[in-house]
Ligand binder design. Structure first.
Ligand code: R5P
Length: 318
């Protein structure tokens, strides 16, 4: 069997360490630093010739996280690794997946094209905002994983009163429907809304399709950026008589911090660690409970299976 190496970029070093613990492996020593002028500098500090290399790095801002991912993978490829897999727990720029307005780039495709320049063989991704963009990776082979694998058991325990699953907009309906099915519910509620440029919500535009009165609400989204979407939905739900509001989102950018989630609106906000935050940033004293469920067990299992050329289907809830 070829040796397996796990390499971490700076965006995901904590998560990569947890993945290594699950695999009973050590992180491979690398230098991922900067030249004096700030350019990204990468050097692998072990031999990878003929080996199976996994690079774990999310590509949330700063843009250098993308550069690190490409350069590490390219260094492994140029050092004669037998197989190189990009493990990107959160793929940034994926919301910019089409020409939604005049004179804008399709940045999601450009970023994927850049990642392909590394000449990696495979990509292992979690909860893409736009699943359709996975095809831009071709001929790189993509395995798409879902955080629901680890989250659903937790959500089953958390939702201990009658509840509804809600999608924050029509586009999020398929994901919410899957969670409703996993949680034993036949239907979902949809918070239809209008958005303007940069995703902001048009005031008073939220229309709730379905009934939330007297019930707990579990909002399911792929990501939290500023938190504006979930907050607007929670307010609208409360106005319609909803009881407790829970939210689950895979990717937590928390660009306005966690303090925007007040306990007046939210019972609990559950996220994963696809994007790293210091513990003190996650704590929300006096605010809503913030729970982080790690995707490390999912990634350890997936990497182990890829390494042994085994199927990943058992890691995707049916
Ligand atoms: C929108 O399509 C996404 O799925 C999220 O709802 C959105 O990006 C979240 O952003 P924010 O937290 O800033 O409202």
């Amino acid at each position: 069997m070829d040796r397996m190496h796990i390499i971490a970029g700076n965006a995901s070093s904590q998560l990569a360490r947890a993945v290594c613990r699950g695999l009973g492996n050590e992180l491979m020593p690398v230098n991922v630093g900067r030249f004096r002028d700030g350019e990204v500098r990468v050097q692998l500090l072990d031999n990878v010739r003929g080996d199976d290399v996994f690079i774990i790095n999310s590509t949330n801002p700063p843009f250098e996280n993308i550069a690190e991912t490409i350069f590490i993978a390219n260094a492994a490829r140029n050092s004669s690794a037998k197989r190189v897999t990009l493990v990107i727990p959160y793929l940034g720029y994926n919301r910019q997946d089409r020409k939604a307005e005049p004179r804008v780039p399709v940045s999601a495709k450009i970023v994927i094209d850049m990642l392909k320049q590394s000449r990696a063989d495979r990509a292992l991704l979690i909860d893409l905002h736009s699943e359709a963009t996975a095809s831009h990776f071709e001929p790189t082979i993509v395995d798409h994983l879902y955080a629901s694998y680890g989250a659903v058991e937790y959500l089953k325990r958390a939702m201990d009163q009658p509840f509804v699953v809600a999608a924050p907009d029509a586009g999020a309906g398929n994901r919410a429907r899957k969670y409703a099915q996993y949680l034993g519910l036949a239907d979902i509620v949809v918070f239809n809304k209008q958005r303007v440029q940069a995703g902001e919500i048009v005031e008073e535009s939220i229309k709730i399709i379905g009934d939330v009165e007297g019930r707990d609400v579990l909002l399911i989204d792929d990501m939290i950026d500023s938190g504006g979407t979930l907050i607007a939905d929670a307010q609208a739900a409360k106005e319609k008589g909803a009881k407790r509001i829970f939210a689950f989102a895979t990717h937590a950018l928390f660009s306005k911090g966690t303090e925007v989630f007040t306990k007046e609106l939210f019972e609990e906000v559950i996220v994963t660690d696809t994007i790293y935050h210091e513990q003190k940033k996650i704590q929300n004293p006096g605010g809503a409970k913030i729970t982080v469920r790690s995707v490390a067990p999912l990634l350890s299992r997936a990497i182990n299976r890829v390494h042994h050329d085994e199927s990943l289907s058992s890691l995707i809830l049916g």
